[in-house]
Write a protein that binds this ligand. Structure first.
Ligand code: XMP
Length: 319
């Protein structure tokens, strides 16, 4: 794509001019926007860039390691990469919390907290890089009515980090353009076409209290679900597909034994703008395979349901 390759060339030049020999700090989530932002900067300024990746323990199965494989020392890029393993810290902060908004606020605030602590160790930097894209710029300017959910975006501005200026190299791009730039930069397709994943992660896909055990359950069920959809050739790029953990336990039977375990809700929505969405029509046999595999392979689950709710009145995430 000539337009995007010239975007890369021009932006790299501009970033070099703007940054000079300054130091840049970037919060990396593993999502498309922050990844493309990081690689673009790394291409422009190499080791002057430090990326901090906070693993809050609410990522999808193996995702933390996947991010590290791409951006860490074994990966193709020359940047300073710091992974903060804050899983236990977040689980501790979330223990006993059942209210959706409280959970969101804790995850958002602690994320900034952990990021700031790491930034302090690095010391003063000249620039803070953010993967802000055009729709973010527009959206934040529109007065919205009632707050349905308090959003947490990775890269939300920390208050106590010492920096002079913000760089947002993607702020004129739409999502599909960001993806093109990502491909242009040689970022793995798996990462470039990753489904959107909310900042609070699995924290809002586990209804009620978050525990390490529940995280393990929802990660494993979600992994099976998405692998089976992929195997069946279902295009997940048309929306969002994931498993969530309801806080409901019910009675079942396994062999001759009574079980009393959790119900997993599978969610699949088709949407173009994430403001409205409809449940995806997943073939019955695919759902049945998912049901069988999840119940057999994920300890602690004895019921699988498919969520038919549109948005509105439902939301895409559970909390
Ligand atoms: P809802 O659940 O509000 O989700 O219908 C709409 C879209 O937004 C994503 N989402 C978030 N993304 N931080 C994010 O970065 C958040 O706090 C957040 N909450 C929801 C959700 O995954 C869906 O794509």
């Amino acid at each position: 794509d000539w337009k995007m390759s010239s975007f890369v060339e021009t932006t790299v030049k501009e970033l070099r001019e703007k940054i000079g020999d300054g130091k840049v700090l970037c919060a990396l989530s593993g999502g498309v926007d922050s990844s493309v932002c990081a690689v673009l900067l790394s291409k422009a300024i190499g080791k002057q860039l430090t990326c901090v990746f906070v693993d809050h323990g609410l990522l999808r199965k193996d995702e933390g390691d996947e991010v590290e494989a791409v951006f860490g020392p074994e990966g193709p890029y020359e940047l300073n990469f710091i992974r903060v393993n804050a899983q236990d810290y977040f689980y501790e902060k979330l223990a006993g919390q059942t209210d959706p908004e409280t959970k969101r606020k804790i995850i958002g605030a602690e994320f900034i907290n952990v990021f700031e602590k790491e930034a302090k160790k690095i010391g003063a930097v000249d620039f803070l890089a953010q993967g802000t894209i055009y729709p973010d710029v527009v959206e934040s300017g529109i007065g919205k009515g009632a707050t349905i959910k308090s959003h947490h975006n990775v890269g939300g501005l920390p208050d106590h980090v010492d920096f002079k200026e913000i760089v947002e190299p993607l702020r004129m791009l739409f999502k599909d353009e960001v993806r093109q730039v990502g491909l242009e930069l040689g970022i793995p397709e798996k990462l470039v076409f990753r489904q959107p994943f909310p900042g609070p992660g699995l924290g809002i896909r586990i209804i009620g209290e978050v525990t390490p055990e529940k995280v393990r359950i929802v990660q494993d069920a979600d992994y099976i679900y998405r692998s089976e959809l992929e195997k069946a050739g279902i295009d997940m790029g048309k929306g969002q597909f994931f498993a969530a953990l309801t806080n409901m336990r019910s009675v079942g039977v396994m062999g001759d034994e009574r079980t009393y375990d959790y119900a997993i809700a599978l969610r699949g929505v088709i949407t173009s703008d994430f403001m409205t969405a409809e449940a995806a029509e997943i073939p019955w046999n695919v759902l049945q395979i998912c049901m069988t595999r999840i119940i057999n392979e994920v300890k602690g689950v004895n019921r699988v349901m498919y969520d038919l709710t549109s948005k509105p009145p439902g939301t895409i995430e559970m909390e």
